[in-house]
Design a protein around this ligand. Structure first.
Ligand code: ATP
Ligand code: AMO
Length: 466
């Protein structure tokens, strides 16, 4: 009756101790009739096991059985931890198990659609092999996503989704400690919550309905309902029609809404402290995971400051102008201009995390509060990592008549949101909030370049399976 030791916990301190491990057959390598190696993998950690007839109790038959195990089968192995003279190549753990007993707990099929060993290789490794005259298989993204259950077994993917878990954990912990209440709003709603066309329409028992494009309306209504400060972690649906590296049709929204006493900077202060806490925590608590991601997809650690840089939209436009980029001073920044501004900010302020506020009112959703001093601008902001948007936020219009007027001006059918507008007629405090795309945070923190890498089962305009 031994207890299982985690593969990731097999260190040289366990030398000469007998251990029981459970994991998958990562690779097998027969050496002779009397000897075979099997690399066992558990949650991204790997260890080399030696099965040889010179160990007591190991027969030739057992060597043959082990050498023929299908990759990805689940096995239990019992053996002695030993420390070889030379470093072991290709495994995460620097010890070897001299196996005494080995059981197959459940076998995998003989030929798998993805070989996890292939899926874990970096481009650099594949290139180096090519230079040396070898060809290593490259697993393309569609194959990875089609057989995602195999793909997510790689160390990098194990890291990515553990980092994603930590982002969600810090979001929740930080906000709870600041007095926010977690809420759960409906995803089946009567009308579009953001305006615009990117909405999934459906039939709700004979009535037209939509999948929520955000919890925007209901999180604000929770503030009208006196919760003071709320947050939500939930699915967000957008019927995006183009295929890009950073848009999904379903993503995870991290949403915040809060009363404001004096100024929308109170909302930006929360963003600032939340994200600095989050980045510090990722760097400290996810060191191993970040290393595993970087091994397959090399990236530079994110540069950020203890106090987040805030620039006005006008200042951003001026920086772009000074660099010779022509942009509409009252329009939105396109993806290219956003990236360029990211570079300029990095050069001038040495940070890759910053906030742009006072956006032109015309490019923001109907519920956004105009600036008191100049109604061409608004009390709104976007937050960027490495020149790409991760957050939008703003103070909201809390006067019902004006809210209805703004909705109408933005071409929204006010009848579909009448219960929302009515909730401001019962007395509404000044408030604001923001929405974060979880997959974008992880993608940009690790500079992964494609949002499909940070969504467990991505939904894009071309994919709704697995
Ligand atoms: P959101 O619209 O939800 O705030 P976003 O990152 O798409 O997130 P936008 O302000 O809408 O931000 O868009 C910024 C730029 O990104 C646009 O000017 C456009 O160049 C590009 N863009 C936005 N949506 C799409 C899309 N669905 N397909 C391709 N490009 C897009
Ligand atoms: P917005 O539409 O900017 O704002 O969305 C907020 C954040 O969600 C992420 N995001 C996406 N992620 C993946 N795929 C998409 N298609 C996608 N679209 C958006 C981005 C973006 O910054 N209600 C407001 C928020 C608020 O004001 O509170 C809203 O939805 O990271």
């Amino acid at each position: 009756s031994m207890d299982w030791t985690r593969v990731g916990a097999l260190t040289q301190e366990l030398k000469e101790k007998e251990v029981l491990i459970r994991g998958r057959v990562h690779t097998t390598r027969p050496v002779s009739k009397n000897m075979a190696f099997v690399v066992v993998r558990e949650r991204g950690f790997t260890v080399q096991c030696l099965v040889a007839t010179h160990e007591a109790g190991v027969s030739r038959q057992m060597v043959k059985f082990v050498a023929a195990l299908n990759r990805e089968s689940i096995i239990d192995a019992i053996g002695m931890v030993s420390v070889p003279g030379n470093p072991i190549k290709g495994t995460t753990q620097q010890v070897e198990i001299h196996v005494r007993k080995l059981y197959c707990v459940n076998k995998a099929m003989p030929t798998l659609p993805i070989n996890v060993e292939d899926a874990a290789r970096s481009d650099a490794e594949i290139e180096a092999a090519l230079q040396a005259g070898d060809k290593l298989p490259r697993v393309n993204q569609d194959t990875r996503l089609n057989f995602r259950v195999l793909d997510i077994r790689t160390p990098a993917n194990q890291g990515i989704f553990r980092i994603q878990c930590q982002v969600g954990t810090i979001f929740r912990q930080f906000l709870l400690s600041e007095g926010f209440v977690e809420i759960h709003t409906p995803k089946l709603i009567a009308g579009s919550s953001e305006g615009g066309s990117a909405v999934f329409k459906l039939d709700y028992k004979g009535q037209p309905a939509c999948l929520a494009q955000s919890p925007q309306l209901h999180k604000q209504m929770a503030i009208c309902g006196d919760f003071g400060r709320v947050f939500e972690v939930g699915p967000v649906f957008r019927a995006e029609d183009s295929y890009t590296h950073r848009h999904l049709c379903e993503f995870t929204g991290l949403d915040v809404e809060m009363e404001i006493k004096k100024h929308y900077s109170e909302v930006m202060d929360i963003v600032d402290r939340l994200f600095v806490t989050m980045f510090d925590s990722l760097n400290e608590k996810c060191r191993k995971e970040l290393e595993a991601v970087g091994k397959q997809y090399p990236f530079e650690p994110l540069k950020y400051k203890p106090k987040t840089l805030r620039l006005t939209f006008e200042e951003g436009i001026q920086m772009l102008k000074d660099a010779g980029v022509e942009v509409d001073p009252l329009g939105d920044l396109n993806t290219e201009a956003e990236r360029k501004l990211g570079q300029l900010v990095l050069e001038k302020y040495d940070t890759e995390f910053y906030l742009l506020h006072r956006y032109p009112l015309a490019v923001r959703p109907f519920y956004t509060m105009p600036c008191y001093d100049n109604a061409l601008y608004s009390n709104s902001f976007d937050v960027f990592i490495r020149g790409e948007e991760i957050i939008s936020g703003a103070q909201r219009v809390h006067v019902p008549e004006f809210l209805a007027e703004r909705a109408q001006a933005c071409g929204i059918d006010v009848n579909t949101i009448s219960t929302y507008i009515d909730s401001f007629r019962y007395g509404a405090p000044p408030h604001g909030g923001f929405g974060v795309g979880l997959e974008r945070v992880v993608m940009l923190f690790c500079a992964l370049g494609n949002i499909r890498k940070t969504s467990l089962y991505p939904r894009d305009p071309q994919r709704i399976t697995p």
